[in-house]
Design a binder for this molecule. Structure first.
Ligand SMILES: [Fe+2]
Ligand SMILES: [Fe+2]
Length: 378
C-alpha cells in the first residue's frame, strides 16, 4: 500500500498520479496538461465553442453532458460516447451519461481495470484501435451490455489538480481514431470537467445558503414571541406568502425573494439579542416598545450583508410600515412601499393580530387585499 507524498492519501490501486491532489507517484512522470487544443480540427471549432458558451448557463448538468457526448460522437465520427465519474473513494468509475445501454448506468468499473481505468490512473488520453488484443482492455462491460467494442478513444477529465473522471468514445465509424481525435476529445473532457465542477460548487453553495437560512429561521422563531406569535409563525407566513404570490402572478424570481423575506422577516429579533456583535449600537436602557420597533431595520441590515439573500432586505425593513404613513420605522417613506412588500406586512398583521376584526385592511393596496382575501378563503 502506497501513500501520496504530497497529500498523504493512501493509494490502493496502481496509480501513476494521486487521484486527490495530482502529485506524480512514480518516477519519470510529470503532471499532464488538463486540456488539449480543444478544437484542433478547424471545422469543428464553432460547435466546440458553442458548447463552451452553454457552460455558464447550464441548469441541467445531465443535459449539458449529453450534449458534450453527442458532439464528441459526431465530431469524432464515433458510434457511442460515455462520461464516467470517479467515486468519492477514488476507487471506481461509474457512468454519468452514456449512449446506448441503460444498463451502463448501473455498472461500476474498478480504477485498476480497463482502458478507462488506465486513463484515470495515468491522467493521459489514450487510443486503442484493437481492444481485444490490448492487455489494458477489459471485456467485462461488453459482456454485460452485449455491445462489441472495436475501437476506443478516451481522455481524463481534470479540473485544477483533481481527477473527476474519463470521457470515452467508442467505435470509429470509418477507419481508426487518430491524433486529431485525441486533441478534440481532450478539449471535450476539459469542458465536461468544468461543467461538473461548476455544478458541484453551485450545489455546495446552495447547501451552505440553505443551512444559513435554516439557522436564521430557527433563531428568529425562538426570539419572535415578542410579537405574541406561536411556534411556526415564520413557516405559516412563508406558506401563505407562496399562495399570495401565485395569486398575484408574480415572476418566479420575485416569488422566491418574497418567500425568503417571509422566512426571514423577524430575523431582527435575533440581532437584538446581541446587537454589539453585529456592530449596532442600541442604548441598554431603551424601553421595550422602542426596542421592539427596531427589529425590521436590524433584520434588514443583517440580511443585506448576505449577498444571495440581500434582495429580501427591503421587504424585511417595510414589514411593519404602511402606505398611509402608519407603522414603523417612521423614517421609511410610505412611497417606497410596493404591493410586493405589502405581502409580508399584511400577513404579519393577520398572523400577529389577536382580534382579526380590528385589522385595518384599508391601508393595503387593492391588489394585495384581494390576493390576501382569496388566500384566507381557500
Ligand atoms: Fe415583525
Ligand atoms: Fe412576524
Amino acid at each position: 500500500m502506497d501513500k501520496c507524498q504530497s497529500c498523504n492519501k493512501i493509494i490502493l490501486s496502481d496509480y501513476v498520479f494521486c487521484p486527490r491532489c495530482g502529485n506524480p507517484l512514480k518516477p519519470g512522470y510529470e503532471a499532464p496538461a488538463t486540456m488539449g487544443s480543444g478544437a484542433a480540427c478547424e471545422d469543428d471549432a464553432v460547435r466546440f465553442f458553442d458548447l463552451a458558451r452553454n457552460l455558464s448557463s447550464a441548469d441541467n448538468i445531465d443535459q449539458l453532458l449529453r450534449k458534450i457526448g453527442t458532439a464528441a460522437e459526431s465530431i469524432l465520427q464515433a458510434e457511442r460516447s460515455a462520461i464516467l465519474l470517479l467515486d468519492e473513494q477514488h476507487e471506481n468509475l461509474y457512468f454519468k451519461t452514456a449512449t446506448g445501454e441503460e444498463i451502463l448506468k448501473k455498472i461500476t468499473i474498478p480504477i485498476s481495470e480497463g482502458v478507462a481505468g488506465w486513463i484515470a490512473r495515468n491522467r493521459q488520453p489514450l487510443i486503442v484501435n484493437d481492444p481485444y488484443s490490448d492487455s489494458r482492455f477489459s471485456p467485462e462491460t461488453d459482456k454485460k451490455t452485449g455491445y462489441k467494442t472495436k475501437s476506443i478513444a478516451g481522455a481524463p477529465m481534470i479540473a485544477g489538480s483533481e481527477l473527476i473522471g474519463v470521457v470515452e468514445v467508442l467505435n470509429k465509424k470509418d477507419g481508426q481514431f487518430e491524433k486529431c481525435d485525441i486533441d478534440n476529445l481532450t478539449g471535450f473532457a476539459g469542458l465536461a470537467a468544468v461543467s461538473i465542477l461548476n455544478t458541484r460548487l453551485r450545489a455546495r453553495q446552495e447547501n451552505i445558503l440553505s443551512n444559513i437560512l435554516d439557522y436564521l429561521v430557527m433563531g428568529s422563531e425562538a426570539m419572535g414571541n415578542a410579537e405574541g406569535t406561536s411556534k411556526g409563525h415564520t413557516w405559516e407566513m412563508a406558506r401563505m406568502a407562496s399562495v399570495m404570490t401565485k395569486e398575484m402572478q408574480l415572476s418566479e424570481e420575485t416569488r422566491q425573494t418574497v418567500h425568503k423575506a417571509a422566512m426571514l422577516h423577524d430575523v431582527g429579533f435575533l440581532g437584538l439579542e446581541n446587537p454589539q456583535l453585529l456592530g449596532f449600537e442600541i442604548p441598554p436602557a431603551l424601553p421595550d416598545e422602542a426596542r421592539f420597533r427596531l427589529h425590521p431595520v436590524i433584520g434588514s441590515e443583517m440580511i443585506k450583508r448576505i449577498k444571495p439573500l440581500a434582495g429580501a432586505a427591503p421587504y424585511i425593513a417595510n414589514h411593519h410600515r404602511y402606505k398611509n404613513g402608519e407603522g414603523f420605522p417612521e423614517n421609511i417613506s410610505p412611497a417606497s412601499i410596493t404591493p410586493e412588500t405589502e405581502i409580508i406586512s399584511i400577513l404579519e398583521d393577520y398572523l400577529t393580530c389577536r382580534d382579526k376584526n380590528k385589522i385595518n385592511f384599508e391601508r393595503y393596496s387593492g391588489q394585495v387585499r384581494n390576493a390576501f382575501l382569496k388566500t384566507v378563503s381557500d
